[in-house]
Design a protein around this ligand. Structure first.
Ligand code: NAD
Ligand code: K
Ligand code: MN
Length: 362
């Protein structure tokens, strides 16, 4: 029987609640499958580790992860530590260290979810946003001079490389091609950002020639927010820069009902390194430690993790169980207007998955 080595990194805040819930659900899906098992290793990196050691993860942290089959991540962000330290010291270190350049963010309105757009039917909103995840506005290039003085200046340079844009564009076209509608919208801002974004547009046109069966268009990022609200059914696959997609995907999650539901995969498409799966939300300081976090975003991320491992049957069964649970309002957490706890939602998903024996007997 196959055993997949999975690293879990809960991180901070509600990450410490939803990642153990995700592990429980992954154990249940393995128990109910006959073909594979998981070997988990947990890493307690994050804000608490920082308070003890002065860093978010050890210097050789990437080496502990390098040979895993996948990583399940929670959130980096601690109320007492500046956000740029927690983000750059943990999540970005892993994303950049393992060159996880494609960040994939599916959005759908799941059964039973009361999404805010009253004119939008569930079938009108079925998107995947591809976020460039290695450079762009979050390249880390920049600096501050004359700190605290009246002449102080600071820059964060948007750095795009031809190789970096070509690979994420090709990934997005390929993903669009694999979906039924074969439709890609390239998000841009080349009207205002006349260097990097103009190159981005040129590369989109160039790569599109490799995919003659994909229909594609361009949309300026600000107009794209309005289109997501007003004409959601005209979108399918989207590709955007690191910053633009960061913002658009939180909007997408909210349009689909809640930030607590949305999943993501930080993917190394070449599979040189492990890919990392996580809910898109952060540490949620307002509800952390109370057992109230919605674990669905993490469970859906586990579906993506299973697909990445090639366990498509298990992925489909887990997604089915998640949808059965969202369809039941008594199993909605507070972000969806319900009263259910993280533990109740987790138990309900595990119960639906059953065991291999139960499945054989049924
Ligand atoms: P957040 O996602 O933590 O929370 C935004 C709002 O959504 C809060 O009201 C929160 O309660 C709610 N929410 C989020 N996830 C939920 C869930 N699963 N169930 C129920 N409600 C949920 O965003 P924020 O408040 O901007 O950030 C808090 C911290 O998290 C910051 O330190 C930030 O840097 C960090 N962060 C980390 C990541 C990451 O690690 N990938 C992503 C976003 C934010
Ligand atoms: K996260
Ligand atoms: Mn974000």
């Amino acid at each position: 029987m196959k055993t997949y080595a999975i690293a879990t990194i809960p991180g901070d805040g509600i990450g410490k609640e939803v990642v153990p819930a995700g592990r429980q659900v992954l154990e249940a899906i393995a128990d109910s499958s006959s073909g594979f098992r998981f070997a988990f290793e947990n890493f307690d990196w994050g804000g608490d580790y920082y308070r003890q050691h002065g860093v978010m993860m050890p210097a050789d942290g990437l080496d502990s992860l390098r040979h895993k089959d996948a990583i399940l991540f929670g959130s980096a962000g601690d109320p007492d530590i500046p956000d740029h330290i927690t983000l750059w010291g943990l999540r970005l270190k892993i994303c950049q260290g393992f060159d996880q350049y494609a960040n994939v963010r599916p959005t759908r309105i799941l059964p039973g979810i009361d999404a805010p757009l009253k004119r939008c039917k569930p079938e009108d909103l079925n998107w995947v946003i591809v976020r460039e995840n290695s450079e762009g506005e979050y390249s880390g290039v920049g600096g501050r001079v004359h700190q605290g003085h009246p002449i102080e200046a600071a820059t964060d340079v948007t750095m795009m490389t031809r190789a970096g844009v070509e690979r994420v564009m090709r990934f997005a076209f390929k993903l669009a091609q694999s979906r039924p509608r074969k439709l890609l919208t390239v998000i841009t801002k080349s009207n205002a950002q006349r260097h990097a974004m103009v190159m981005w547009d040129e590369i989109a046109l160039q790569i599109s020639k490799e995919f003659p069966d994909v229909t594609w268009d361009k949309e300026i990022v600000d107009a794209a927010t309005a289109r997501m609200v007003n004409r959601p059914a005209t979108l399918d696959t989207l590709v955007a820069t690191n910053l633009h997609a960061d913002i658009l995907s939180d909007l997408a999650a909210a349009l689909a009902g809640s930030l607590g539901i949305a999943p993501t995969g930080n993917i190394d498409p070449e599979r040189r390194y492990p890919s990392m799966f996580e809910p898109i939300h952060g540490s949620a300081f307002d509800i952390m430690g109370k057992g109230l976090a919605n674990p669905v975003g993490t469970f859906w991320s586990c579906v993506m993790l299973l697909e990445h491992l090639g366990e498509f049957d298990a992925a489909q069964r887990l997604m089915g169980a998640i949808e059965q649970v969202t369809a039941n309002p008594t199993l909605h957490t507070g972000d969806l207007g319900g009263k259910a706890t993280t533990a109740q939602v987790t138990q309900a998903v595990c119960n639906l998955l059953g065991t291999a024996e139960q499945r054989l007997a049924a």
